[in-house]
Write a protein that binds this ligand. Sequence first.
Ligand SMILES: [Zn+2]
Ligand SMILES: [Zn+2]
Length: 154
Amino acid sequence: MDCKKYRDNYKRYNKFPLDQSVWDTEEYKQYQEHYYDCELCGIWDMEQKAIEKGMDVNKYCCTEMAYHLSKGLDKDPYENPDVVIIHNKKFDEYGIPIQDGGNSFIMIKHCPWCGNKLPQSKRDMWWETLESLGLNNPFEQNIPEKFETDEWYR
Ligand SMILES: [Zn+2]
Ligand SMILES: [Zn+2]
């Protein structure tokens, strides 16, 4: 199977659950073989899955990052062992979630897949910006909603 045929078949073979009449075929076997052999289609596959979850793939350092982050969108990422990385949008921090029932993570500075440097944490800037607005105790005060998301620095 070539790349074009693989990509043409993507939709058909990613509608789960797959019926036996679909997966128990020579073509499906070839489709899977292509997935394991072709790095480009592997990446392309991840891109489709990230886009399906509403990710803007271009906003991230690489497709793998977008794909792995998209896994955290379905349910609480701290309760989903499939999630290996999270992005704290409020502070623009990337990290490895600690699956101990809490919601902490180990911050990382480089992408584990492409090696690019990740943005610097905006945690200090978050405090400073609020302080400049006269909000020096944000946990006690009512802060503008945009400071709970990435909206305040976007
Ligand atoms: Zn291919
Ligand atoms: Zn990356």
